[in-house]
Design a protein around this ligand. Structure first.
Ligand code: RP5
Length: 249
């Protein structure tokens, strides 16, 4: 049994899939066939092919001796939403996670499915490159990348994908975070990284939502609701301040 037998088996189990094998001998990285999957919408298509992509990623990782990238449908990594993740959120270290949590919570509130993982630019460079270069085929539309210190992760991710990348500069344990900010924002021309303020994962989530909302009306409407809510919060605070005075507020 060859490595791709399981892939062929799973593909033929999809009623709307057709398998086209070229009759070539199987070798690493050689294209020996392709699979056509017919679906009624892009999201249905992504759901159908997600198990095949996960399997292919796992086979590739095993061949290269790497830890497999987490499957796109893994619920613990994708928040509480079951549809295929549109936003990939990655960070250089689990020590960045507390900074990202408010942004992840906001993506959940906005009903935007996301996938969250760790890809260190200097500790796991191959994993980072595999993650970025497979982001399009895994169905992601936007990437949020957080890093601190010599924060090269967002730029390196942007170098390996055509998707928009939003960088979150994380304030390190030493210093004020200006090193992270400048490392991410000062990308040389040709490889852009949209950079938010230091530790501002909420703005990263909102920017990702705005990018998706440009072509998705339901996300755009939820963003309008969000803007209305924060406006009302300020108006209520102003009314209270004017009512009770600054000392009692
Ligand atoms: C960067 O180094 C990470 O993004 C993190 O902000 C920083 C420190 O990482 P740890 O030493 O806490 O793992 O790669």
């Amino acid at each position: 049994m060859t490595a791709h037998d399981e892939l062929m088996k799973q593909a033929t189990a999809i009623p709307t899939a057709a398998l086209h094998m070229y009759g070539k001998e199987s070798k690493p990285a050689r294209k020996i066939g392709h699979i056509t999957v017919v679906a009624s919408s892009p999201s249905q298509g992504q759901s159908l092919i997600a198990p095949l992509l996960n399997l292919a990623d796992g086979m590739r990782a095993e061949r290269k001796g790497l830890a497999a990238l987490a499957p796109v449908s893994q619920s613990a990594a994708t928040g509480s939403l079951s549809s295929p993740p549109l936003v990939a959120v990655t960070m250089g270290s689990d020590s960045d996670l507390p900074v990202l949590k408010p942004g992840l919570a906001l993506l959940t509130t906005l009903n935007i499915p996301f996938h969250v993982t760790i890809t260190s630019a200097h500790r796991t460079p191959q994993r980072m490159t595999d993650f970025a270069s497979s982001a399009v085929s895994r169905g992601f539309k936007v990437i949020i990348a957080a890093a601190g210190g010599a924060a090269h992760l967002p730029g390196m991710i942007a170098a390996s994908t055509p998707l928009p990348v939003i960088g979150v500069p994380v304030k390190p344990s030493i210093g004020d975070g200006m090193d992270s900010l400048l490392s991410i924002v000062q990308m040389p021309r040709g490889v852009p990284v949209a950079t938010v303020a230091i530790n501002n994962s909420v703005n990263a989530a909102l920017l990702a939502a705005r990018i998706l909302g440009a072509s998705d009306e339901s996300i755009r409407l939820r963003l309008e609701d969000y803007a209305e809510n924060i406006k009302e919060e300020v108006i209520a605070k102003a009314a209270k301040l004017e009512d009770v005075g600054f000392e009692k507020y």
